[in-house]
Design a protein around this ligand. Structure first.
Ligand SMILES: Cc1cc2nc3c(=O)[nH]c(=O)nc-3n(C[C@H](O)[C@H](O)[C@H](O)COP(=O)(O)OP(=O)(O)OC[C@H]3O[C@@H](n4cnc5c(N)ncnc54)[C@H](O)[C@@H]3O)c2cc1C
Length: 263
C-alpha cells in the first residue's frame, strides 16, 4: 500500500513560556515538534506498511527547518520525506493549506492519505477533510482503528462518535484522520536514528506544486485576521483561609456573604 502522511510542525505546548510582561505566548522559545496526533498517523502508516508492504511518504508544508521533523518520521520507519516550502505558502489559512497538501499528494502515487485529527496550535480539524475534498476522494475523520482489506482494496475504519462507534467501509484511495492515542507510537531505534539523520529530504516549491501563486499562502486565504488583541486579566486578591475545617467553612461563608452578585 502506498501511504502519504501529512504532518504539521507545531510549538511544543510543554515548552511555551508566557511572557510575564506582555502576557503573550513566547512561541520563539518553544521547541518545534510533530503535531501529536500526526505521530499516531505515522505509527498507523508504518504498521500498515509492515503488514502489507508498500511505502510511507511523509509530507509537511512549513518553514525550511521543518525538515528535522520529517527526518524524525523517517527515523521511526517512514521511507521518504517531502518538505513543501516557499515564501508564497506563508500566511496560509486552512483553505490553501489543504489545497497545497492535496496538490502535493496528487503528484505522488498513493492509496491512502493519513492526517492527524487536528493540530495543537490552530485545532480547526479542517485540513484533512479539505485534502479529501480537493482530491475528490472519500474520507473518514477521527478514526481510532483501521483494517485494510487488500483483496477488495478497501479499508474498514472505526470512529468514536457520541454514544457509540461508527463503522465505515471505504474504497481506496481515501483520506483518514488519526485520533490522538489511537495507537502506541514507537520510539526510533538507533539504526532508525542514523537513517533519519542521513535522509535527504526532497524540497518542493510553488513551481513544483504547479498552483497559481494567488491560490496559495496569504493571498489564497479567505480568512482575514483584522486585529489580534491580548486579553488583559485583572489582578485578583487571594486570601488563604486557615484553621480547622469548621473555621475555614465559617470564614468562607462570611466571605461569600459579602460578595455583591451585581458586581
Ligand atoms: C481564524 C484563523 C486565522 C488564521 N490566520 C493565519 C495567518 O494569518 N497566518 C498563518 O500563518 N496561519 C494562520 N492560521 C493558521 C492556519 O490556518 C493553520 O495553521 C493551517 O491552515 C492548518 O490548520 P490547522 O492547524 O487548524 O490544522 P488542522 O486542520 O487542525 O490539522 C489537521 C491535520 O492536517 C494536517 N496538516 C495541517 N497543517 C498542515 C501542514 N502545514 N502541512 C501538512 N499537513 C498539515 C496534519 O495532519 C494535521 O494533523 C489561521 C487559523 C485560523 C483558524
Amino acid at each position: 500500500m502506498e501511504i502519504v502522511v501529512a504532518i504539521k510542525v507545531v510549538p511544543d505546548s510543554q515548552s511555551i513560556i508566557v511572557d510575564p510582561i506582555k502576557k503573550t505566548l513566547n512561541r520563539s522559545q518553544a521547541k518545534s515538534v510533530i503535531n501529536p496526533p500526526d505521530r499516531n498517523g505515522i505509527e498507523l502508516a508504518i504498521s500498515l506498511k509492515e503488514k502489507y508492504g508498500g511505502t510511507v511518504t511523509v509530507i509537511t508544508m512549513g518553514p525550511p527547518w521543518a525538515e528535522d521533523q520529517l527526518k524524525e518520521a523517517i527515523s521511526m520507519g517512514a521511507d521518504n520525506g517531502i518538505l513543501i516550502t516557499d515564501r508564497y505558502f506563508a500566511g496560509a489559512d486552512t483553505y490553501p493549506t489543504s489545497l497545497t497538501v492535496a496538490k502535493t499528494v496528487s503528484k505522488i502515487k498513493f492509496d491512502l492519505v493519513i492526517c492527524g485529527e487536528e493540530t495543537t496550535d490552530s485545532s480547526t480539524a479542517q485540513v484533512g477533510p479539505g485534502v479529501a475534498e480537493h482530491l475528490k476522494i472519500p474520507q473518514a475523520t477521527f478514526i481510532h482503528s483501521l483494517e485494510y482489506q487488500p483483496n477488495e482494496k478497501k479499508i474498514l475504519a472505526e470512529r468514536l462518535v457520541e454514544g457509540g462507534i461508527e463503522y465505515l467501509s471505504i474504497p481506496l484511495p481515501a483520506v483518514v484522520t488519526a485520533s490522538l492515542n489511537m495507537n502506541i507510537v514507537r520510539a526510533p531505534t538507533l539504526k532508525g536514528r542514523i537513517r533519519g539523520k542521513k535522509a535527504v529530504i526532497v524540497k518542493w516549491g510553488l513551481k513544483d506544486i504547479e498552483l497559481p501563486k494567488e491560490w496559495v499562502g496569504l493571498s489564497g486565504s479567505p480568512t482575514k485576521v483584522r486585529e489580534v488583541k491580548t486579553e488583559e486579566s485583572e489582578y485578583r486578591e487571594v486570601t488563604i483561609l486557615s484553621g480547622s475545617i469548621s473555621e475555614i467553612v465559617d470564614n468562607l461563608y462570611a466571605v461569600i456573604e459579602k460578595v455583591d452578585l451585581n458586581d
